[in-house]
Design a protein around this ligand. Structure first.
Ligand code: F6P
Length: 363
């Protein structure tokens, strides 16, 4: 009898811990269950274009601590709406049958998909077409439903906190307002937690639209109280009350958040007369070696994903709830985002230590 085969792909933006999951899946598949592991290159692009590679033990040895993904990733390719240029014109086609064809050609018993909401929503749609899917939640944004956290978040939070720590001394020395823009898309988890851990004076979240007058008043209050500098932690998805999020100009069609901190710096300088400087952390938050927490979580997720395959519990996403590694139906997370609730205990805690959210908080 031929060996059982499991495929694995990484989709969407990379984050620290992807390789630790790949290693967890492959090592337990090979050593515990005598299975074969096939890597799909570059996320769903590999499934569309038929790009794969075998993953024997030697291929996953020594990758636990590496950032990025040994499989490559892509964050634009959707098999259900695949965009290509034909004779200079953009054509959008559904190539999901082609993906299913490649899945069967590889004789996969299951496909493990590592990704955020975009990747896992596509994976869920492939499950509806008959693929045996197991999802693994990854994202530095921690914006996935049905799991308390995702691997990658802790590493990004650590980096952002260290950046805020470092900005304190230069802000203090020059009596400036330092604005630090962090990632997170439409969710403010990264800004909120790094902001509290780093002692940010003002934290701006997408979930709490800001008022420039409140921000300026908070800066002025600090100056009056003898603190001649302020640190403002800005989520890239933050927006003014009644305003829109800020986007970067892009030559390619993708929508990219970014630029909110720069915009705010000009407005704060104008209204307070205090000099402002901006630091945008950008993709630094996605690079480097995962923290011990993320390595642990990623390894647990990888081993659990393979367990689900072995037990034929498909169309599920691995999750962590109350410290327990578990699984939830993938359909429950498709097309949804987990945002910071306005009654979050962390918002209360931050407010209790004098942090401003640039707006009046609902009581
Ligand atoms: O979802 C992860 C994330 O890093 C977001 O925080 C950010 O908005 C986005 O990806 C950036 O994506 P890209 O790699 O396409 O610039």
């Amino acid at each position: 009898m031929s060996k059982k085969r499991v495929g694995i792909l990484t989709g969407g933006g990379d984050c620290p811990g992807l390789n630790a999951v790949i290693r967890g899946v492959a090592k337990s598949a090979i050593t515990q269950h005598d299975m074969e592991v096939i890597g799909i290159r570059d996320g769903f692009l590999g499934l569309i274009e038929g790009l794969s590679l075998p993953l024997p033990s030697s291929a996953v040895s020594g990758i636990l601590t590496q950032g990025g993904t040994i499989l490559g990733t892509s964050n634009k390719e959707d098999p259900f709406a695949y965009r290509r240029k034909i004779d200079g014109k953009e054509v959008v086609t559904d190539v999901s049958d082609r993906c299913m064809g490649f899945y069967h050609q590889l004789e996969l018993d299951a496909l493990i998909c590592l990704g955020g909401d975009g990747t896992l929503t596509i994976a869920g749609k492939l499950a509806e077409k008959g693929a045996n899917i197991v999802g693994v939640p990854k994202t530095i944004d921690r914006d996935l439903m049905e799991t308390d956290t995702t691997f990658g978040f802790d590493t990004a939070r650590t980096l952002a906190t260290e950046a805020i720590d470092r900005l304190h001394t230069t802000a203090d020395a020059h009596h400036r307002v330092m604005l630090v823009e962090v990632m997170g898309r439409n969710a403010g988890w990264l800004a909120l937690e790094a902001g509290i851990a780093g002692g940010g004076d003002i934290i701006l979240l997408p979930e709490i639209p800001y008022d420039i007058e409140e921000i300026s008043a908070a800066v002025a209050r600090r100056n009056k109280g003898g603190k001649r500098f302020s640190i403002i932690v800005v989520a890239e998805g933050a927006k003014a009350k009644g305003g829109e999020q800020t986007y970067q100009k892009s030559v390619l069609s993708q929508v990219r958040l970014g630029g909110c901190a720069q915009l705010l710096a000009q407005q704060i300088e104008e209204s307070t007369g205090v000099e402002c400087r901006v630091a945008v952390l950008g993709h630094l938050q996605r690079g480097g070696t995962p923290t011990p927490y993320d390595r642990l979580l990623a390894t647990q997720f990888g081993v659990q994903a393979l367990e689900l395959v072995v037990n034929r519990e498909f169309n599920a996403m691995v999750a962590i709830k109350g410290g327990e590694i578990t699984a939830v139906p993938i359909q429950r997370i498709m097309g949804k985002q987990r945002l910071v609730p306005l009654n979050s205990p962390l918002i209360k805690v931050a407010a209790a230590v004098g942090t401003s959210f640039g707006a009046k908080l609902p009581v």
